[in-house]
Design a protein. Sequence first.
Length: 239
Amino acid sequence: AAMLHLEGLTKTYKTGDAALSDVTLTIPKGQIMGLIGPSGAGKSTMIRCINRLVEPSAGQVVLSDVDLVRLGKSELRRQRRRIGMIFQEYSLVERLTVMENVLSGRLGYVPFWRSFLRKYPPSDIQLAYRLLDRVGLMDQADKRADALSGGQRQRVGIARALAQEPELLLVDEPTASLDPKTSRQIMRLLIEICAERGLPAIINIHDVPLAQQFMQRIVGLRAGRVVFDGPPEQLNEAA
Ligand code: ADP
Ligand code: ADP
């Protein structure tokens, strides 16, 4: 696992004002940080700037001594493998099985066609089974992704991200379209898995009560700036 430091991270899209303004913060190894704020506050922009799905306009993204913002394309591709991404649950490849979706995490990109899947070594297959067992989907390995429920799909998303053996997890609205009970189950699973591995994570949660229930640290964004950074108890006092 790694430590993440953001220094003066700023993003101005061509069409507008700064979506992210001068954000500086550090996430130590093993810390799970919940990112909250109203729609348009810059949460997705921040998550996407960290792995450069969005190009930052200024600032640094330092993952254990490497500034990702300064890297050229090929080195960025290598360094990105250190960062696992979990999106809303519709990000699975529908026509592939659960097992194939998890294995695609070993590739570092999402294959769109079955024929793109290489033959995986037995160690990859074993890892994928261990992860499916951990997320409680051992008996679903051969089902197609499009046959799963929302909660199951998100479990596959978690297993796929872990198959990459990441040093940092970025999680963008993991429970956006799940019911409250399933949302809590998924959030609890994520937290347990990160804690087991000492894996730091940034979780974009639009649901504030859910963030308060599960996060040790909450960062609040508003209009691209950090307006709160502390434990959930202090959020109550600030509000
Ligand atoms: P959040 O995730 O907190 O809802 P976003 O990061 O999606 O916030 O958006 C922050 C601001 O940046 C908003 O004003 C949004 O309209 C704007 N924005 C987001 N993506 C783009 C884009 N691709 N091009 C232009 N503006 C964008
Ligand atoms: P979220 O707030 O969940 O990130 P949005 O509905 O704000 O989602 O945005 C959906 C998509 O549109 C995102 O990819 C975002 O980057 C993009 N987007 C948001 N605002 C703008 C904008 N003003 N101009 C262009 N693209 C935008």
